[in-house]
Ligand binder design. Structure first.
Ligand SMILES: Cc1cc2nc3c(=O)[nH]c(=O)nc-3n(C[C@H](O)[C@H](O)[C@H](O)COP(=O)(O)OP(=O)(O)OC[C@H]3O[C@@H](n4cnc5c(N)ncnc54)[C@H](O)[C@@H]3O)c2cc1C
Length: 281
């Protein structure tokens, strides 16, 4: 049978993939998961978690039916805000961007009432267009760093404690584990973990971008890399920073950013953090 499970018991060779169409029918989700583990052993080695997020048009329709544009506009920055969770479906073409835009306007009653959500959908479109223009250069610094440092001041690799989610900092470890377990992060956590990697650990944004891409269900070269570059300051006017007060606010107090021995790396005003983290020229 085309795409049937390898009965030899060994891992399926990747080249076998090219000669057989993938299976589409499964008795249940467990069978689908087992099949994916078998056919994509390299992916399972990177991350063997199975996200609770369901694929397919029914799941996407259910998400679309719950979109509440005015509430989105008011609450989207909070971790428990009314974000849509549409990104995996948009990323994989289960729903289209134009279709989503039209539905959002219809639900809200007018473009004005849906303004904030339309603006975010537009960012996705914009990043795709930039990628169309620059191609593989999306992996290069698009502008000078505005941190006072040069690219060679930043490490090439992510530190092991970070990769394992064992830094001892509640915010960092929670974010790494959430990404591993769900394949999803709220936008605020994406921005903040990127800032932590680049500005607090002083690691090249490219290492962080590649790591995040390999775990996200919505992993998208355009939105991901250009957002990392924006945080780093190589695609924007200044580095993105956050402080402890802001972290506590957007997480509703669930995450404090406190590390081993009570260290508080994010504590302080933005002026103090700028002074502490960046080189003055
Ligand atoms: C460091 C970093 C990496 C990111 N990597 C990705 C990625 O790989 N894939 C991806 O789709 N998005 C990425 N984003 C953008 C954004 O975080 C996600 O699109 C959003 O969090 C997905 O959740 P949602 O569908 O609930 O978003 P909602 O807030 O409900 O937004 C609805 C849709 O609008 C679009 N959107 C929202 N915010 C943004 C944004 N800031 N930039 C571009 N499009 C946006 C997405 O298509 C999203 O599904 C990244 C952002 C940062 C800061």
């Amino acid at each position: 049978m085309a795409g049937s499970t390898d009965t030899s018991g060994g891992a399926r060779r990747p080249d076998a993939l090219h000669s057989e169409p993938l299976r589409r029918d499964f008795a249940d989700r467990d069978e689908l998961v087992a099949y994916c583990r078998d056919v994509f052993p390299a992916a399972a080695e990177v991350d063997d978690h199975v996200s609770a997020t369901r694929g397919g048009p029914c799941a996407a329709e259910a998400r679309l039916a719950e979109v509440d544009p005015p509430r989105y506009g008011r609450t989207r920055n909070a971790l428990d805000g009314a974000v849509t969770g549409l990104s995996p479906y948009l990323r994989h073409g289960v729903v289209g961007l134009a279709e989503t835009r039209d539905l959002v306007i219809e639900t809200a009653g007018s473009p004005r009432a849906a303004y904030k959500l339309l603006q975010e959908l537009a960012w996705r479109d914009y990043y795709r267009r930039v990628l169309d223009d620059i191609g593989d250069d999306v992996w290069d610094d698009l502008e000078e760093w505005k941190t006072g440092y040069h690219a060679d001041h930043y490490a090439d690799e992510l530190p092991e404690d970070f990769l394992r989610g064992e830094t001892g900092n509640d915010f960092v470890d929670h974010t790494v584990h959430t990404l591993h377990e769900t394949g999803y992060l709220h936008n605020q956590l994406r921005m903040k973990i990127a800032a932590y990697v680049v500005h607090w650990r002083r690691v090249k944004w490219q290492a962080g971008a590649a790591w995040m891409l390999s775990h996200l269900l919505d992993g998208d070269l355009a939105s991901n890399n250009l957002s990392w570059q924006w945080v780093a300051s190589t695609f924007g006017p200044k580095p993105y920073l956050f402080n402890e007060e802001n972290l506590v606010k957007v997480t509703g107090g669930r995450l404090q950013g406190v590390g081993p021995g009570g260290q508080r790396p994010f504590a302080g005003s933005y002026d103090e953090l700028n002074e502490r983290l960046f080189e003055r020229r």
